[in-house]
Design a protein around this ligand. Structure first.
Ligand code: ATP
Ligand code: MG
Length: 382
């Protein structure tokens, strides 16, 4: 998947001072009957970002997306795409966005190429080379004569992405683009999203599965029961968790700062960390509490693999600074829940090796998004 994509290329778009962001959502409310589905949701997505909109079923993701895609009018608040208000100028917004709904139907009895040519006509795309460019970009070249009905789910998803690229939109809005896809198809979609970002597109995608595509996101927003819990660049949020964790270790818990891109009402309250304070969730085996579990800190997990009985590690580690809990599993694994950083890990390794433990694996928790999610949500799924 490389080469020229004539007519598809936006030059890399940088945020210019004063230029509107790709997406701006301000104090958005929506109600079905007498049920507030969205409650004062605010966030921004910069140009060239891949923004993951994460939340459990029923959180209000599709409702937000439908408003962004001009299919639903906001009841209160504003949504702007590249500075254009969706309620004031929906036609203009439609030219700027490529929207992929969560359950897109496809016309079955035509070929992949016919399908794309049909939509290119419908979108009044003048450039005859665009269909070819889109087929190349989405790697559908070998499938272009195949009937749409004979495509796998992953291929259909790529075809949907191809369709929404035909009019060269600046902002892609994808509702659960990877749900139901197998790992290979997911990786293909992920690579395609990265390629689209290189082409200067902004990508907004929703997901209720935390790890799904999370590694491609540059920023995330977490929605829970119609309220945005936190939003911002992943690194920035992780840093805030670190500094709160350090502050808490010194006996002073800072509330979650509202200074990130948009942390709206309730964020400080939900940062209580109930989901993490109890140590490793869902883990089995012997568990001992050591040190002081500090509610509200970012607890991370460090997985160790040792030769011999893993339980030998417990007395060597528990009670140590930064250690929240230690547990040993039958498979020779030790899981240390802790509040430390890389230095903590290095110290643990040195300490254990110094005591003759035959350490064969050290695996710090890497999924920052998972940690952010646990830290900032209450686990109240509606
Ligand atoms: N047309 C509608 N009429 C009434 N209630 C609706 C309608 N559409 C959605 N809802 C309700 O609004 C809430 C949010 O729905 P929404 O589809 O936005 O959530 P979601 O985050 O996209 O969930 P999922 O992960 O299941 O797709 C849910 O409680 C849902 O039942
Ligand atoms: Mg949805």
């Amino acid at each position: 998947m490389q080469g020229e994509h004539a007519g598809l290329l936006d030059e890399n778009v940088e945020d210019q001072p004063g230029a509107p962001p790709a997406i701006r959502v301000r104090h958005l409310w929506h109600r079905y009957g007498n049920f507030d589905v969205l409650r004062d949701v605010s966030f921004e997505v910069g140009h060239g970002e891949i923004f993951g909109f994460i939340g459990p079923n029923g959180a209000g993701k599709t409702t937000t997306i439908s408003i962004m895609a001009t299919l639903l009018e906001p009841m209160a608040g504003r949504v702007e795409i590249d500075g254009i208000d969706v309620a004031i100028d929906p036609d203009e917004v439609r030219k700027l966005i490529g929207y992929m709904p969560d359950h897109a139907g496809v016309y079955d009895r035509i070929s992949v190429r016919e399908y794309l040519e049909f939509f290119a006509d419908a979108f009044r795309v003048e450039n005859i080379g665009v269909v070819d460019a889109v087929i190349e970009l989405t790697d559908l070249g070998n499938l272009q004569t195949r009937l749409v009905s004979a495509l796998s789910k992953g291929m259909k998803q790529r075809l949907q992405l191809a369709r929404i690229l035909l009019h060269d939109p600046k902002v892609l809005i994808l509702d659960e683009p990877a749900s139901d896809l197998d790992p290979r198809a997911r990786i293909e979609i992920r690579d395609l999203l990265l390629e689209l970002r290189e082409l200067g597109k902004t990508v907004f995608l929703s997901s209720h599965i935390l790890t799904e595509l999370s590694d491609v996101c540059t920023s995330v927003g977490i929605l829970e029961k119609g309220q945005l819990v936190i939003a911002g660049p992943i690194g920035e949020i992780a840093e805030r968790l670190e500094s709160r964790s350090r502050a808490a270790a010194h006996g002073h818990v800072e509330p979650a700062s509202p200074a990130a891109v948009a942390a709206v009402a309730g964020s400080a309250a939900v940062a209580g960390g109930a989901a993490v304070a109890g140590g490793a969730p869902g883990s089995a085996g012997r568990s001992t509490q050591g040190g002081t579990a500090i509610p509200g800190t970012a607890t991370k997990r460090l997985k160790l693999k040792v030769l011999g009985d893993a339980r030998q590690v417990i007395p060597l580690v528990e009670g140590g600074g930064g250690v929240v809990a230690v547990e040993a599993t039958a498979g020779g694994q030790v899981i240390i829940s802790h509040t430390g950083g890389d230095r903590f890990i290095a110290d643990v390794v040195r300490h254990l090796v110094g005591h003759g433990v035959m350490l064969v694996g050290v695996e710090p928790e890497r999924n920052e998004l998972e940690r952010i999610f646990l830290e900032y949500t209450r686990g109240d799924l509606q």
